[in-house]
Design a protein around this ligand. Structure first.
Ligand code: ADE
Length: 222
């Protein structure tokens, strides 16, 4: 898979792209992730990318030209263009599964007050990562990239995402490691028993119990 991220702040991605699982996925050539500063596409002599909004109001608005040119330059037949915006479709695990099947994603990060409405016509999909407003689409595009890349075959063990929270609209079951007794808090006996069927049953019950208590809305979707 290829992921191109359009941003005015490519340095924000340095840590994210160069650590841990996302770094290893790139080293293993399972994904190619590139950031592109769309200021480089500005035709303005001062490389301007934003201006005051027509009709007044506060803040600067991203102009269509640099973003249109950048997308047109990067676009392939297979590309899915995604705009990061709080007005987009709420991002869910199922959206991550859907996007993990794609061959090429182009993520557009807005910034400042907003972007010119005509930029919307470039997008196949608009995504919001939650009902709050961030200073830009950079963190949302990292959230989307992270959750999609870990689902690409070979990035992590398949079993680990089959047990993920939100898989089948259930929260994950509790897990424990050493020691068996930590400050009086003990690992449930069944996990030490080696009895696989009982462990499986315990986990299913815990998963359901947890979802009922914390996210009953998920159970309604099942
Ligand atoms: N840009 C600013 N806030 C955002 C959000 N919540 N989701 C996606 N993009 C955004």
């Amino acid at each position: 898979m290829k992921i191109d991220i359009l941003t005015l702040f490519p340095q924000m991605f340095d840590g994210f792209l160069n650590e841990s699982i996302i770094k290893r996925a790139q080293e293993k050539k399972l994904v190619t992730i590139k950031t592109h500063d769309f200021r480089a596409y500005s035709q303005d002599v001062h490389r301007k990318v934003d201006d005051y909004g027509y009709g007044g109001g506060q803040g600067m608005v991203l102009m269509p030209q640099p973003i249109f040119d950048a997308v047109e330059h990067l676009k392939t037949e297979e590309a899915k263009v995604i705009l990061m915006t709080p007005q987009g479709r709420p991002f869910k695990q199922e959206t991550a599964y859907e996007l993990a099947k794609e061959k090429h994603l182009i993520l557009i990060c807005g910034h400042y007050e907003g972007f010119d409405e005509r930029i919307r016509t470039l997008a196949d999909m608009e995504i919001s990562i939650g009902d709050y407003v961030l200073t830009g689409g950079e963190l949302p595009s990292m959230v989307v990239t992270d959750s999609v890349v870990r689902l690409i075959d070979g990035v992590i063990e398949k079993d680990s995402h089959i047990n993920d929270s939100f898989h089948n609209n259930l929260l994950d079951y509790p897990v424990y490691t050493k020691p068996v007794n930590f400050r009086g808090m003990k690992v449930p006996e069944v996990l030490l028993s080696g009895h696989h069927a009982n462990i499986k049953k315990f986990r299913e019950e815990e998963s359901l119990k947890r979802t009922k208590a914390r996210r009953p809305d998920l159970l309604e979707k099942r």
